[in-house]
Design a binder for this molecule. Structure first.
Ligand SMILES: Cc1ncc(COP(=O)(O)O)c(C=O)c1O
Length: 432
């Protein structure tokens, strides 16, 4: 075995003590290696990240912040958290960084409680138009605490009309306005949003969870360059780090944000996760990383053009970032769930997705959502995007043609062989 994802000794122990979980792990390695991942919120972490996630930092309690902890033995944890904070500030040109949020939803909740009082109004993007659950969807706990109002995209353009956002803000007087999404294929007008926030006296934050890596790599605009109060990002999507969240903010909010994360919401920070974040943030400053971020966007453009040429109906007519949404109902006469299942059979993983003002329910929505960060991180480029579009179009036109799906499955498997997943290059073969 030469795989460097996990320590050999630890893997041998796992195989001996829990073959059920060991076997699931082996199967998941094969699934990830032999399939093309197009879920736009996923990518493959740097191999270094596995080393730190599986490290002894997992054992350490470190409640508090560097230099102010509630437990002893912190010389190494203080060092890595300080590195992670400094690197996050440097990468995102931020005045302050908190790297302790355990995940994206927790990170956003910490911001709400830091800056607002229960009952305050928050203006965010409607989930069915591309917003995220953690921006105040009625099923979330936060919906019981704050009053959420929403802006939407326009039909049929699929774009945000800033004047309408302004009117809603003037009418509802939010204390916080949120930019950010999980399925809006366009850049935001951050300067325009900042202006609206100034006009109504609101704070403004951007949740760039999907695009954190593309902003770090200089491929997309950085909201902090437009005077945003707060920016949040998950670290496990395009950033290619461990699962987790980072809150970046102006100095004036630093103390409230830190107190809201700990002790407000969390206990001991996950130091193995923070160690991995520190390394990821170092790697995010390299030229290779900049090239990766740029290639993610190029690949999305090439995929979009090839799909459009094949008759796909893209929400907003294209993409300016890493993700695309297709209306499969109008373009191919099938709902997103059918498209998702058929594509799964050929080894392409993506997700069914509602489109703006979707007439269909969320489990049988009208569209699919996909993106390029994961495929790009295994080295796929423009040629592979064209090939991928061609495969996808064939599937979308004939989702029930099992013989065709089986043939296309062989084609995706052959593509995958040429582009090993970072960190599990030798997975299946090496363990035989
Ligand atoms: C914009 C946005 N914010 C927050 C989150 C939540 O992240 P997590 O799943 O780590 O809680 C996501 C996850 O997809 C997201 O897309």
């Amino acid at each position: 075995m030469t795989n460097f994802t996990y320590s050999e000794a630890a893997l041998d122990r796992l195989r001996a003590s829990d073959s059920d979980v060991f076997n699931a792990l082996m199967r998941e390695e094969v699934r990830q290696s032999e399939g093309i991942e197009l879920i736009p919120s996923e990518s493959y972490c740097f191999p270094e990240v596995y080393a730190l996630l599986g490290s002894v930092f997992n054992n350490k309690y470190a409640e508090g912040y560097p230099g102010r902890r509630y437990y002893g033995g912190q010389e190494n944890t203080d060092a890595i958290e300080t590195l992670a904070r400094d690197r996050a500030k440097n990468v995102f040109r931020a005045e302050h960084a908190n790297v302790q949020p355990l995940s994206g939803c927790a990170m956003n909740e910490a911001v709400y409680f830091a800056l607002l009082q229960p009952g305050d109004v928050i203006l965010g993007m409607d989930l069915t138009h591309g917003g995220h659950l953690s921006h105040g969807h009625p099923v979330t706990n936060m919906f019981k605490v704050f009053k959420y109002v929403r802006y939407r995209t326009e039909i049929p353009s699929g774009l945000i009309d800033l004047e309408k956002v302004r009117q809603i803000a003037l009418e509802t007087k939010p204390k916080l306005i949120i930019c950010g999404h999980s399925s809006y294929p366009r850049e935001y007008d951050y300067a325009g949003f900042r202006k609206i926030a100034d006009e109504v006296g609101a704070l403004i934050m951007a949740d760039v969870s999907h695009m954190g890596g593309l902003i770090a790599g200089g491929a997309l605009k950085n909201p902090l360059d437009f005077g945003f109060d707060v920016m949040t990002t998950t670290t496990h999507k395009s950033l290619r780090g461990p699962r987790g969240g980072i809150i970046l903010c102006k100095k004036q909010h630093a103390s409230a944000i830190d107190k809201s994360v700990f002790p407000g919401m969390q206990g001991g920070p996950h130091m193995h996760q923070i160690a991995a974040m520190a390394t990821m943030l170092k790697l995010a400053q390299t030229d290779d990383y900049k090239a990766y971020a740029a290639q993610v966007l190029t690949n999305a453009q090439v995929l979009a053009q090839a799909l459009l040429a094949g008759g796909a109906h893209l929400v907003t007519g294209g993409t300016e970032n890493h993700l695309l949404v297709i209306n499969t109902a109008t373009g191919f006469g099938i709902t997103g769930d059918i498209a998702e299942k058929a594509l799964d059979k050929v080894g392409i993983t993506l997700n069914k997705n509602v489109i703006p003002d979707d007439p269909n329910p969320p489990m049988k929505p009208s569209g699919i959502r996909f993106g390029t960060p994961a495929a790009t991180s295994r080295g796929m480029g423009e040629g592979e995007m064209k090939q991928l579009a061609n495969i996808m179009l064939q599937v979308l036109r004939a989702p029930a043609d099992e013989a065709l799906l089986a043939k296309l499955r062989e084609e995706t498997r052959a593509m995958c062989k040429r582009f090993p997943v970072p960190g599990i290059e030798n997975g299946k073969e090496a363990r035989k």
